[in-house]
Design a protein around this ligand. Sequence first.
Ligand code: RB5
Length: 151
Amino acid sequence: MKIGIAADHGGFFLKQQVKEILEEQGFSVTDFGADELDPQDDYPDLVAPLARAVSVGLVDRGIAVCGSGVGAAIVANKFPRVRAALVTETYSARQGVEHDNMNLICLGGRVIGPELARELIFAFIKAHYTGEIRHQRRLKKLEKIEGQNFK
Ligand code: RB5
């Protein structure tokens, strides 16, 4: 599984820890930046390249970190085929994939620590979309909305 990560200054340190955690486990990680802590950087500039990569299938899953995770989720969901959510507990990290085919998780670097981040990202990465009829039906409705709004 190819995993992309990105963060602004609010998520920079947690992103570095997430990268280490994933690489320790042998995952291929593409880091979309920031490459250094820059208190003046803006989360849309960092999260958009990651979301674009998820949108076009260059990476399978994305992990975006900003201070709260909110801005990252807002940016990521502007991209077609990206299903992103801010997640703070493991139930949603897993169930968001199983039911909603979530492909990008957003974390708050000022909200959670590295151990919770570890649990969240592995719950997210290990989960698979179940493809049950009711979930397919809901995703088709989302795709229809997306088709109407992304031209
Ligand atoms: C940056 O200071 C902060 O506003 C940003 O990382 C994020 O929390 C936005 O949602």
